[in-house]
Design a protein around this ligand. Structure first.
Ligand code: 5GP
Ligand code: ZN
Length: 134
């Protein structure tokens, strides 16, 4: 997509430090890293969110995230990872091209885990929420 910064990275109009690349996916170092080796994995086709991504490429995404993490594991040997993505404005997504963050973690690095993102479960209890899915 023309004005998308990540599409421009795929098109090599903007340079990147590539960590891993295959036919459908590019993984590169985040320009404002939150940890050493903070990496972003994107599908090469433009899709704003996972809901916009075609099934075939969606199927390739997790294996490519795994290969990217294996590359980071080999080069940086972190103690752990947080892997995930921000979806939509409410989820804190800034760049409107689906991207998975891989955050290498080290013991005692001062960070938190996924539970640190939000703790606001609302008034409904889990039993009532479960009924909505029946
Ligand atoms: P979001 O909040 O959308 O999940 O995260 C967007 C991420 O993209 C941020 O961590 C930001 O540092 C990164 N980013 C934004 N523009 C560029 C860029 O031009 N190059 C690289 N390598 N990363 C970028
Ligand atoms: Zn794009």
């Amino acid at each position: 997509m023309k004005d998308c910064i990540f599409c421009k990275i795929v098109a090599k109009e903007i340079p990147n430090y590539t960590v891993y690349e295959d036919n459908h996916v590019l993984a590169f170092l985040d320009i404002h890293p939150r940890t050493k080796g903070h990496t972003i994995v994107i599908p090469k086709v433009h899709a704003e969110t996972i809901f916009d991504l075609n099934e075939e490429i969606a199927k390739d995404l997790l294996p490519s995230v795994k290969k990217t993490a294996e590359r980071i594991e080999h080069v940086l040997q972190p103690d752990g990872y947080n892997i995930g993505w921000n979806h939509g404005d409410a989820g804190g997504q800034d760049v409107p091209h689906l991207h998975i963050h891989i955050l290498p973690r080290w013991e005692g690095d001062g960070g938190t885990n996924m539970h640190g993102i939000i703790h606001n479960p609302g008034a409904m209890n889990v039993d009532d929420v479960a009924k909505l899915f029946v």
